[in-house]
Design a binder for this molecule. Structure first.
Ligand SMILES: Cc1cc2nc3c(=O)[nH]c(=O)nc-3n(C[C@H](O)[C@H](O)[C@H](O)COP(=O)(O)OP(=O)(O)OC[C@H]3O[C@@H](n4cnc5c(N)ncnc54)[C@H](O)[C@@H]3O)c2cc1C
Length: 468
């Protein structure tokens, strides 16, 4: 019972009786004093502290239609929460209405048709579990607790992108609730402009209530693991790594992670806490070819440890989870980089020698292969050239370290800029860097703007990397 004050898009406040929201919205309704509100208003990045006015934990498409209609008719601030992993915390909005998909996580696999119907609250782990049961997969990202919804709408890449393309390249259709509260089937033939836009354009065009993906046979066993080198060998290791990748088959993906070694059981204890280069690789071709395919990468230098071998794919998808648990403070700065030159390697070498905390890292996400064989204007995702998504990931626990940690990331990012491609992955843009959204979309930006004008002229869907 009681009244409720909600924030409107124009910044003003709206007072309502709770009975009004209770009858207008569907699903479970959470207010700041409800049990479960604290968990529902928490996201992966502990830097983000926002207090939504009301959270609708939707259970059906109709609940989503009702929420969008209510937000629109009252001019309310609106956010949409999938897995809550977005670094900028766009799943939450202060004082507004949050549509939360926590109760919609179902994944239904049709092994004959090789498709999966996925509800937007599912995590990558939910998707892997259901699809790998049939020896099938959809290419996604490398941290299994990430939400499928935000990852897909931004593009989505990980261990199997080079073989099967981005997550969006495997999207067959969606159900989408648009700003005028219509629920549409959207695919290549129906509402094709919207289908183009949502494949990379994020949550700008509506609320997805279901994704349908094409699946590919791979796993359940793949060949994967880590090779760890002393950081003193960084420059030689990266140069050899780039050479090895130039001839790598699409089935092989290898990310490089530069950080202080966590206390991994296979590392000699004297290496714990010291700077290392970790080559994290996954080969999804026939196991009989795995030693030959990974050989050039594993022959580099004199590693401290090599723990690469057969592994269940769904398990490998969770291998990095312990380093990426929710609850820490995180800040990212990211560049697409075509290749590394002496100057960029020196910038990164210095940065790793000045890591502000034990948990900070720089990683090179390896993309190319199938992703490059799709035209750059076929979806909203523009940078289809083979490249590395270089992410400076600063991670810490104490708010008193905010300035120092953020400054470290910004410093490397600024120094790397002249050696980068000018583009970046939209899903890696942190809070405060909205100006970089145009760089994320490059030549596709203007088309996104015109579709946004048509389908969301009032910018109801603005809690995202906004196409204003
Ligand atoms: C630890 C970690 C590892 C990551 N690794 C990878 C990786 O390997 N590859 C990769 O590609 N990305 C990766 N990412 C980035 C990830 O893709 C984005 O953070 C993405 O936004 C997460 O989606 P989510 O649903 O969890 O996020 P949320 O924060 O819940 O949502 C993010 C935004 O997506 C939109 N959205 C969510 N659900 C819907 C919906 N149903 N309808 C419409 N819009 C919606 C909204 O605009 C929302 O603000 C990683 C992120 C983290 C934190």
């Amino acid at each position: 019972m009681g009244t409720l004050t909600l924030k409107k898009l124009d910044g003003s406040s709206l007072k309502l009786e709770r009975t009004t929201t209770d009858s207008a919205l569907g699903g479970q309704i959470l207010y700041p004093d409800s049990e479960g509100y604290a968990a529902a208003s928490t996201v992966w990045n502990a830097m983000i502290e926002r207090r939504p006015g009301v959270i609708a934990r939707v259970a059906t498409e109709d609940d989503v239609v009702r929420a969008v209609a209510f937000a629109r008719s009252n001019g309310l601030r609106l956010a949409v929460k999938g897995g809550g992993h977005n670094i900028a915390g766009s799943a939450l909005v202060d004082g507004g209405l949050v549509v939360d998909f926590e109760r919609m996580k179902r994944v239904t696999v049709d092994p004959k048709a090789r498709t999966a119907r996925v509800e937007p609250g599912a995590t990558l782990a939910d998707v892997d579990r259901a699809t790998q049961e049939h020896g099938l997969l959809v290419p996604t990202g490398v941290n299994s607790t990430t939400g499928i919804a935000g990852l897909t709408l931004g593009g989505g890449f990980g261990w199997t992108t080079r073989k099967f393309g981005l997550t969006i390249d495997n999207l067959r259709s969606v159900r989408l609730v648009t700003a005028d509260a219509r629920a549409l089937h959207v695919d290549r033939n129906q509402h094709s402009e919207l289908f183009w836009a949502i494949r990379g354009g994020g949550g700008n065009f509506g609320v997805v209530t279901e994704f349908v993906f094409d699946l590919h046979p791979a796993g359940p066993e793949v060949f994967a693991g880590l090779v760890v080198h002393p950081f003193a060998d960084f420059v030689n290791v990266v140069k050899s790594y780039e050479r090895a990748l130039a001839n790598a088959p699409d089935e092989l993906t290898c990310w490089a992670v530069l950080r202080k070694a966590p206390p991994l059981p296979f590392l000699p204890t004297e290496w714990h806490g010291r700077e290392v280069v970790v080559l994290a690789m996954c080969y999804i071709g026939p196991l009989a070819n795995a030693e030959a395919a990974t050989g050039p990468l594993r022959a580099i230098g004199r590693p401290i440890a090599d723990v690469v071998g057969p592994a269940p794919f769904a398990g490998w998808q969770q291998a990095l989870d312990p380093l990426l648990t929710p609850g820490a403070r995180n800040y990212w700065k990211s560049h697409d980089v075509a290749s590394f030159n002496d100057a960029s390697l020196e910038i990164i070498r210095q940065a790793i020698n000045e890591l502000p905390t034990e948990e900070c890292e720089v990683f090179f996400g390896h993309v190319g292969g199938a992703l490059t064989r799709v035209a750059s204007d076929a979806t909203a995702w523009p940078n289809r050239a083979a490249h590395f998504a270089v992410n400076v990931h600063t991670r810490w626990r104490d708010a008193r370290d905010d300035q120092r940690c953020v400054a470290w990331a910004r410093r490397i990012y600024d120094r790397l800029a002249p050696h980068a491609m000018g583009s970046l992955y939209v899903n890696f843009i942190p809070e405060g860097d909205e100006a970089r959204v145009t760089d994320a979309y490059g030549a596709n930006y203007e088309r996104l703007v015109s579709i946004k004008r048509r389908f969301d002229p009032d910018n109801l869907f603005r809690a995202n990397q906004n196409i204003a």
